[in-house]
Design a protein around this ligand. Structure first.
Ligand SMILES: NC(=O)c1ccc[n+]([C@@H]2O[C@H](COP(=O)([O-])OP(=O)(O)OC[C@H]3O[C@@H](n4cnc5c(N)ncnc54)[C@H](O)[C@@H]3O)[C@@H](O)[C@H]2O)c1
Length: 275
């Protein structure tokens, strides 16, 4: 059920690859609430993914940009400003990629040029996007920027590998740029630390199914789905959250605040009884 929360707002959405992508669901939810959007993804994702379908459904132009390429980001902002005829009201950063994870290098045997790539694509890209926006004055007064994160920024999840470093850096950029852009234009910047979610990036993490099942059992209200995340992002883009900024918001069904649930205790005691 839509509430016209984003009526008249203009947004830029990074990272919709296919229907399972969190960014895809966010774009659909924002559209249902009345927003107009520009969609962007890496040139390779435009060839391999299904973003054209989403663009047609939402009547949103698609502008290619590799987030690790400053020229691409500059061009993306220029075209976006031209399309809307003015600055944007919200941005979703929903981008992550680690060559070390993809190529199954363990954390204690990383390739450092791949680590640089992980950090560049998954975290420094947020800085690139905001810095370019700053110079071009591409964000409207009180605009809202949301970046997607994961609790491996705070706690050890071994198979999440160097993406943990990327998320810690991403959350730091959220705070640091949140300060500067807040002072300059009342722009708010937050990270949403989301439950494990079955997407292309999510399922690429070794042991993803176990992450998902464990988080489900250890979250009093259950894992947050991509659709749940989309509704939360709509709220963050809306005028109802103008004083919320520089935060990491755990959108995880209570996982981050639960030590151990009774469900997990039951599983372990059943296993113990059968020993
Ligand atoms: N799926 C999960 O379990 C989960 C949990 C918490 C946070 N997140 C975060 O959510 C975000 C979105 O991921 P998702 O789970 O929807 O998976 P996804 O695979 O659908 O999205 C990742 C996106 O990053 C894009 N991307 C990769 N390299 C790029 C580049 N160089 N330039 C531009 N775009 C590039 C991909 O094309 C893709 O669209 C990521 O930041 C991810 O870390 C995911």
């Amino acid at each position: 059920m839509a509430h016209h929360l984003l009526e008249g707002k203009k947004g830029l959405i990074f990272g919709a690859l296919d229907e399972s992508s969190i960014a895809w669901k966010v774009a659909e939810a924002a559209h249902a609430e009345g927003a107009r959007m520009v969609l962007t993804n890496a040139p390779v994702a435009l060839r391999m993914g299904k973003i054209q379908q989403l663009g047609e459904a939402l009547q949103a132009p698609i502008i290619p940009a590799d987030v690790s390429n400053q020229e691409d980001i500059k061009n993306l902002w220029e075209k976006t400003l031209e399309h809307f005829g003015g600055p944007v009201d919200f941005v979703l950063h929903s981008v992550g990629m680690s060559p070390n994870v993809r190529k199954k290098r363990p954390y204690y045997d990383l390739k450092y040029d791949w680590l640089h790539k992980t950090l560049d694509i998954s975290a420094i890209s947020l800085h690139r996007i905001l810095q370019e926006a700053w110079h071009m004055d591409a964000l409207a007064e009180k605009a809202s920027v949301v970046a997607l994160s994961y609790i491996a920024a705070q706690r050890a999840f071994p198979s999440y590998n160097d993406m943990a470093e990327a998320k810690a850096l991403l959350e730091s950029i959220v705070r640091s740029f949140g300060y500067h852009y807040g002072k300059r234009k009342g722009v708010r910047i937050n990270a949403v630390s989301q439950s494990p979610t079955p997407t292309t990036a999510g399922t690429g993490v070794p042991g993803f199914d176990t992450f998902l099942a464990y988080a489900e059992k250890n979250s009093p209200v259950g894992n947050a789905t991509a659709e749940d995340c989309a509704r939360f992002c709509v709220m963050l883009f809306s005028d109802y959250t103008e004083k919320l900024t520089m935060q990491t918001l755990f959108h995880d069904g209570g996982f981050s605040m639960t030590g151990i649930s009774e469900d997990l205790m039951d599983i372990f005691s059943a296993a113990h009884d059968t020993e």
